[in-house]
Design a binder for this molecule. Sequence first.
Ligand code: GLP
Length: 242
Amino acid sequence: MELKIFKDYSDLSASAAMQIVNCVKSKPTAVLCFATGDTPKLAYQKVGEIAKQHNVDFSKCFFIGLDEWLGIPPANTGSCHYFLHHYLFAPLGINSSQVHLFDAMTVNEEVECDKMNRLIEEKAGIDLMLVGVGVNGHIGFNEPGADISSGAHIAQLEEITKSVGQKYFNEEVVINKGMTLGLKQVMNARTLIMMANGKKKAPVVSRVLNENISTDFPASLLRQHNHSLLMVDEEAASELEK
Ligand code: GLP
């Protein structure tokens, strides 16, 4: 695992956006899987501009959803679906045929997860996965104790995830379960990037680097991935030893 520390959120985001653009530049048919949340928001906003500057075409790549709040409709501005369309797909002019996200309104959760697993196999895996990290170390909705060999599944959310998650919504919502790619798929991504910014993520970043590698703190698994990058700003790195 490589660690990169940036002066601030803006520099961090520009570099993450550059990683995305470079991936598509070297492989126009890349399969991409991106987290939502506050952390990667600015990076996604910068992708369009950087892609234009470098003349990189996103029309042949494919996007797979990392996670979603079960039961939250796509039109809800707090859904992962809405977020990705608003900050990434619409500005980049991505066609709906280039995207497969979890259907949070599915009547058959198992079928929905199987569909996701099959699609990833058909696409021969994920080239670049960019994730954030929860305060409890979750990746996607792989909460502490998640199964290392899991594929797409429905996860019972921890109380902390449910309460922190309210920040994405305009009104209070019931969010008990998440749909998520599993740790097997996270670890199988050919490149895995984790981003973290701000003081509130400093204890988490310290744990990512210092905790025993275990699913008790899923983000620690990043250190076991053979092509992973932890990108943080100085605030998020502030609890690391020099
Ligand atoms: C959310 C999502 C994750 C996200 C993480 C961090 O609950 N399930 O995919 O990466 O928590 O979110 P944020 O970037 O807002 O801190």
